[in-house]
Design a protein around this ligand. Structure first.
Ligand code: CS2
Length: 489
């Protein structure tokens, strides 16, 4: 028996279900990139608003690549379970705010139809860092990206998020419809400004007058999103199915913590997310820096160093006292001095709560998963912190060790000589550089630092950065991650 709108009454009474009439729910939000994170985060905030106030805020989810999510959700009437796993056990909830799932490559016109419908007032995105087709070091459009070239050549048949939004906005403009508000929910620096810059450039390449119209009329609020959502495993699916008493083929696993800080600049209305826990603020930047540099920055340290030391998950890595101490000192000594404190925030408490969240053993968040797409993540997680530290003449030992661990990781061979499945849009290029340099820190570190799309023109050759990274990589080759981390504490 499968989870289905007709079978909600048969679920155990402890499982919370939608409290509003889903059958009459219309689309107000089109979400590009309907992965696990969105379903455990924004879709839950929206579910809470629907329960409280109703409103035409159903979500049409779009997969830009694979049909897997649609194939799993369609037989369930797009219902799915969020399993919240904390120290005190597990809570299950069935979410109804996603009302349909579209697969863009199968039918781009259906996606455009949704994006241009008068009821669509918000387009939100979780397409991951690489989904923005930009140069991670500068945040500018990668005009040679194959999807961008394709979407400029065939604008009516887009592939990329930018291509879809541009074509939809052009059609709305032509039809005299107001534009939707675009809200990026990815871990990018100034995510609203970044997607604005990219979309305006893309629109300008199509037609300068259209580019100006996008600039003048479309709103792109910045947002900071936070909830740890590891990839769902077969075992998770089995456990949720057993607890529900019916099969859910596509549940999501997450932690109790959730945070969403949003700039209140929506030109066509929005759900009252602030009544359900979201924070609406005038300026997201201090929140974003705090989160990207402390949470995601630490996550990437744990991912590369932990993986090299042989740890499978974040909580396993953190159970090693030397790693836990390293992460806390990374945050306290190297990141915190670079941060403006967001209004009302307490950085000490925030960091302690991060440490606690990283320790959550129920989550099984794989180091390998976080290690993915390093070229797209490192600039905002570490390198802007490095720039601030260098400008202040302050040491960067722990940041440099993180960068060195990433280098060791992208060589594609671990400390035991086993292959690493490196997932990154630049994996082939990194591997070629590593093969050419060989396992010699003095050659490999400068060669990888030459990748300007990641390190920019400034850091690539700055001796104050190159030297500590090279030394850290040398130590990693000589002693291995475990001993290097233990020696630093
Ligand atoms: C993680 C994030 O996979 C990763 O790179 O660092 O997905 C992290 O779990 C979220 O940003 C937490 O809000």
């Amino acid at each position: 028996m499968r989870l289905h709108p007709d079978r909600l009454a048969a679920l155990p009474a402890t499982v919370q279900t939608p409290g509003y009439d889903r059958r009459s729910l219309a689309t107000g939000i089109v979400h590009l990139g309907i992965g696990a994170f969105h379903r455990a985060h924004q879709a839950v905030y929206t579910e809470d608003v629907l329960n409280r106030d109703g409103g035409a805020w159903g979500i049409s989810g779009v997969s830009l690549r694979s049909p897997d999510t649609r194939d799993a959700l369609a037989p369930q009437g797009n219902l799915y379970t969020v399993a919240v796993r904390g120290a005190d056990g597990e809570r299950l909830r069935v979410i109804g705010s996603v009302i349909e799932t579209l697969v863009a490559p199968e039918n781009p016109s259906a996606v455009l139809a949704r994006l241009t419908a008068p009821g669509t007032r918000i387009v939100s995105l979780t397409v991951t860092e690489k989904g923005y087709c930009h140069d991670p070091a500068t945040g500018t459009l990668d005009e040679n990206h194959p999807d961008i070239r394709h979407d400029l050549a065939e604008p009516g048949n887009p592939r990329s998020a930018l291509g879809f939004m541009a074509e939809a906005l052009r059609l709305r403009r032509e039809a005299g419809l107001a534009p939707f508000t675009v809200i990026s929910c990815d871990n990018l620096p100034s995510n609203g400004e970044t997607v604005a810059r990219l979309l305006r450039r893309f629109a300008t390449l199509r037609d300068p007058a259209f580019g100006r119209w996008v600039e003048d009329t479309v709103a792109f609020p910045n947002s900071m999103v936070d909830r740890i959502v590891p990839a769902t495993t077969e075992a998770d699916r089995g456990a949720v199915t057993a607890a529900l008493g019916m099969e859910d083929a596509w549940p999501v696993m997450t932690e109790p913590f959730t945070q969403w800080v949003i700039e209140d600049r929506f030109t066509a209305g929005r759900p009252a997310w602030e009544t359900c826990g979201a924070e609406l603020v005038a300026d997201v930047h201090p929140y974003e820096l705090m989160k990207l540099r402390l949470l995601n920055g630490s996550h990437s340290c744990i991912a590369y160093l932990g993986y090299l030391a042989g740890y499978q998950t974040v909580s396993e890595t953190m159970a090693d006292p030397a790693f836990a101490a390293h992460v806390r000192r990374f945050m306290d000594e190297e990141v915190t001095p670079t941060l403006p404190v967001p209004p009302g925030a307490d950085l000490g408490r925030y960091k302690s709560s991060l440490i606690e969240r990283f320790h959550n053993p129920a989550l099984k968040h794989r180091t390998w998963q976080i290690a993915m797409d390093g070229t797209q993540k490192i600039p905002q997680r570490w390198l802007n912190t490095v720039r601030d530290r260098l400008a202040a003449g302050a040491p960067i030992d722990r940041l440099a060790l993180g960068v060195a661990a990433w280098m060791r990781y992208v060589t594609g061979t671990d400390e035991r000589g086993q292959p690493i499945d490196v997932r990154d849009p630049m994996a082939a290029q990194l591997r070629a550089i590593a093969d050419e340099a060989g396992p010699v820190a003095a050659r490999l570190a400068p060669a990888l630092l030459g990748v300007k799309a990641v390190f920019g023109d400034d850091l690539s050759t700055n001796p104050a950065f190159v030297l500590p990274v090279t030394m850290a990589l040398e130590r990693l080759y000589k002693d291995g991650a475990q001993r290097v981390v233990a020696a630093m504490v």
